[in-house]
Write a protein that binds this ligand. Structure first.
Ligand SMILES: *Cc1c(COP(=O)(O)O)cnc(C)c1O
Length: 366
């Protein structure tokens, strides 16, 4: 049996260090907003190349809080349009609607699964105020073009980097490619906690302070509340664990790239469309996503060989009940992607024998 992801073995590799990190927090007697969070925020900001990082409770909150902070700062207001990829994981869109902003769904580029400047341009209106590119499956969107357009039109650029820790666009990393970025450290992400966690990165000190305040009951200072805030904090235990995992992130990205290159060079089934890599450092392979016109049959053939695959994602946001008003929209590129994509097993350190078995099964499938 080849699992989709062997998360347990990944974390067990660091068991001693993770246990020591937990013990350090336990023994400190300090569990919320202490040294571990402060240190992690510095280390993760350095990693991304940004001036600021604010730890929050999860990735969705990171995105919600960025938009909320821009509203408090007067840069966004109710009803403003925010361009988002139509094929994203629904969290990106939930962050927009949660803030009474209007998502405008843009079709992605067919080959990279990401929106580009041309796709953004097609969806501009006189109410557009922001664009939220998502670095889907671990590959950065073509951000240089998006930034140029955004600058020209006066739009905010908010990255959803939940799947792309460490990915580059040119010589800058995800998290440092726009005005602000949201990260998730959900356990299965490339940098994963042992529970929920997230962060906001930015070079804008005022935005960072505002996010921090909103996430702490709307308060910069104890018992002084300037916003109607929420409670969304990264806690000391998760921060301590993330500090351990962050040290190994680059090594793990290298291993993911090796595994992805193995698939790319050996999968030869002409009916399988392989993922396209925009530039070598752009992709950190959170997911290895192939396409096939008869996905159900392919998935069944792999399952019969004991190979577990997943679908990211089976139903696009505009076809969900949660967004019933959009159910009639026609977004053909997005809809085809959702019908055809299949994610293969891949994790750092996945054995070549396991990978060969996946390749073999794929190349022999109809
Ligand atoms: C995981 C994910 C999120 C949400 O992160 P959580 O930590 O699960 O809240 C947002 N956007 C994308 C693209 C994601 O993959």
């Amino acid at each position: 049996m080849i699992p989709f992801l062997d998360l347990k073995s990944l974390n067990m590799k660091r068991a001693t260090e993770l246990e020591n990190a937990f013990a350090r927090v336990l023994e400190s007697g300090w569990y919320i907003r202490g040294k571990e969070v402060e240190s992690f925020e510095k280390e993760f900001a350095d990693y991304c190349g940004t001036q600021h990082c604010v730890g929050v409770a999860n990735g969705l909150d990171a995105l919600v809080l960025i938009l909320r902070a821009y509203k408090e700062l007067g840069k966004l207001k109710d009803g403003d349009e925010v361009i988002v990829p139509a094929n994203t994981y629904i969290a990106t869109i939930l962050a927009v609607t949660e803030n009474n902003l209007t998502p405008v769904l843009a079709e992605p580029e067919d080959r990279t699964f990401n929106i580009d400047a041309a796709g953004v341009k097609e969806n501009l209106s006189n109410r557009t105020r922001a664009v939220m590119p998502v670095h889907l499956y671990g590959q950065t969107a073509d951000m240089a073009g998006i930034r140029t357009l955004a600058k020209d039109k006066g739009l905010l650029v908010i990255e959803d980097s939940a799947q792309a820790h460490g990915a580059y666009d040119g010589n800058r990393r995800a998290g440092n490619l726009g005005d602000a970025s949201g990260f998730s450290f959900y356990p299965g992400k490339n940098l994963g906690a042992l529970g929920d966690a997230g962060a906001v990165t930015t070079n804008d000190a005022e935005l960072a302070e505002t996010v921090r305040a909103i996430a702490s009951y709307g308060s910069h200072k104890k018992y002084e509340n300037i916003y109607q805030g929420v409670n969304s904090r990264l806690d000391e235990v998760q921060a301590a664990l993330l500090r351990v995992k962050l040290k190994y992130l680059d090594e793990e990205i290298t291993e993911r790239r090796a595994a992805a290159n193995f698939y790319l060079s050996r999968i030869t089934n002409p009916k399988v469309t392989l993922p396209q890599v925009r530039e070598p450092q752009a992709h950190v392979w959170h997911l290895f996503v192939i396409r096939h016109k008869n996905r159900a049959a392919l998935q069944k053939a792999l399952t019969e060989k004991g190979i577990q695959t997943l679908i990211h994602y089976p139903v696009p946001p505009h076809k969900q009940k949660a967004y019933a008003a959009w159910n009639g929209l026609s977004l053909p590129v997005t809809e085809r992607i959702h019908e055809e994509v299949l994610s293969l097993p891949l994790w750092p350190g996945m054995g070549q024998e396991q990978q060969s078995a996946v390749v073999e099964a794929l190349n022999h499938a109809a």
